[in-house]
Design a protein around this ligand. Structure first.
Ligand SMILES: Cc1ncc(COP(=O)(O)O)c(C=O)c1O
Length: 410
């Protein structure tokens, strides 16, 4: 048995996915789910036939094993050019089973025995969880109110170099990060690319929330800023279409030296993918392909209703926090995405979270669930506001306030 599975950190994904199903009466600020009303499932399923028409192929072709890198790579290349200003050849794209498979492929492809992974703490559990299962040496960099603590990053890099180890990659969610809701400012994105170039490591940019931008213009993605081929990009359709589509995309246009040979990273990722999922379901790719074609290879308009819904929720939540949660000093309103975090007067232990659910009817996530070093999440909770009505936000926040007040007064 893989002994890394004994790490309690690895229970967090199941808690997030199952808490709201286990406790249907409780109002959930737990997992980051999109709202079903915007899924348009029937239209999306009809997209299979539509795709066959667009490509002039027999629909039965979509029932067959297919290309390992994918069949809609040219459509995705147009999408990221239009929406993110990223230039990439279809051959450097890999269509994956959700972003999660892209993460697994990258971890299995990029890391050798002497290699180290850099992550900011807290970070997204999906990536860290798989890196832990794979036994990767993970080094934690502190976050601050704007993004990355660059002094700490430099200190961590120096330590790794002194140990004679190699930094293979740093994982980061620059847009409306999960769990903090913070976006990396433009100057920090550029600085990180410079550092990656100087110390010869890759940046794995994971961006499922980029479309959920509630203020002026979105900051350019790191992949669009990257002239040095340092950035590998992971895309997801879970928040743009719906999560059970399980379609993601890796943008990997790098070349790597290995055993004296220079190889295309996309070919190495393809090798790994062929032994994980063989290929991503062509039926599901066809559904996404039809959406892309019929929306002129941009998802901005297609996502506008979902984004508007979440923005309204963010505004209602922010209003309540600013007016009624006076213990939350130094709170930042998130400029996009699904999440915010609040500091509360005590550390939300597992027992207290269960009490919040069973006695007060509200599900919250302790920030320590997302932390490798639990100290980095002390006295913090993450609130997801994506999957709620305005009434649920108001009632849920009132319940949460009662829980916080009662526990604080004990
Ligand atoms: C940062 C981040 N990356 C990726 C994902 C999931 O992507 P997928 O459903 O495509 O595997 C999530 C979902 O919560 C996320 O927050």
């Amino acid at each position: 048995m893989n002994h890394y599975l004994n790490d309690p950190y690895l229970d967090s994904m199941n808690f997030l996915n199952e808490a709201c199903i286990k406790y249907p009466e409780a109002i959930s600020f737990g997992s980051g789910r999109p709202v079903e009303e915007f899924f348009h499932l029937e239209n999306t399923v009809d997209g299979v036939k539509r795709y066959a028409e667009i490509r002039r192929i027999d629909p039965n072709f979509l029932g067959q094993y297919n290309m390992t890198k994918g069949i809609i790579n040219d459509f995705v290349a147009k999408l990221v050019k239009n929406d993110e200003n990223i230039d990439i050849s279809p051959d450097d794209i890999i269509i994956t089973d959700g972003a999660q498979e892209g993460m697994a492929i990258l971890i299995d492809t990029l890391f050798d025995k002497n290699d180290v992974l850099l992550v900011t703490d807290p970070s997204y559990v999906g990536f860290i969880g798989y890196a832990k299962i794979a036994g990767i040496d993970i080094r934690v960099v502190k976050r601050n109110d704007t993004g990355i603590d660059f002094d700490d990053l430099q200190r961590v890099i120096d330590t790794i170099i002194k140990e004679g180890r190699n930094i293979a990659a740093m994982y980061e969610v620059p847009d409306f990060q999960n769990p903090t809701g913070i976006s990396l400012p433009l100057n920090e994105r550029k600085e990180l690319i410079e550092l990656a170039d100087k110390y010869d490591f890759y940046i794995i940019e994971d961006s499922p929330y980029g479309y959920y931008c509630y203020e002026s213009e979105k900051i350019p993605s790191m992949k669009a800023l990257d002239t040095k081929k340092r950035v590998i990009y992971i895309g997801s359709t879970s928040k743009t279409v719906f999560p059970s589509l399980r379609i993601g995309y890796l943008l990997v246009d790098q070349e790597i030296k290995t055993d004296g040979r220079t190889v295309k990273l996309s070919e190495e990722c393809k090798k790994v993918k062929s032994f994980i999922t063989v290929n991503t379901s062509a039926v599901l790719q066809a559904m996404f392909g039809a959406i892309l074609y019929d929306n002129n290879f941009t998802l901005k308009k297609y996502c506008a209703d979902k984004v508007g819904y979440c923005k309204q929720n963010r505004d209602v939540l922010a209003d309540i926090i600013e007016k009624e949660f006076d213990f939350c000093d130094n709170w930042h309103k998130p400029a996009g995405g699904y999440f915010t975090t609040v500091k509360i007067p005590f550390d939300p232990t597992n027992d207290l979270v269960v009490e919040a659910i069973e006695k007060y009817g509200v599900i919250v996530c302790p920030m320590s669930m997302f932390c490798i070093d639990p100290e980095n999440g002390k006295n913090m909770i993450r609130l997801s506001f994506s999957h709620m009505t305005i009434d649920e936000i108001k009632t849920g926040m009132a319940r949460m306030k009662n829980w916080i007040t009662d526990v604080s007064n004990r």
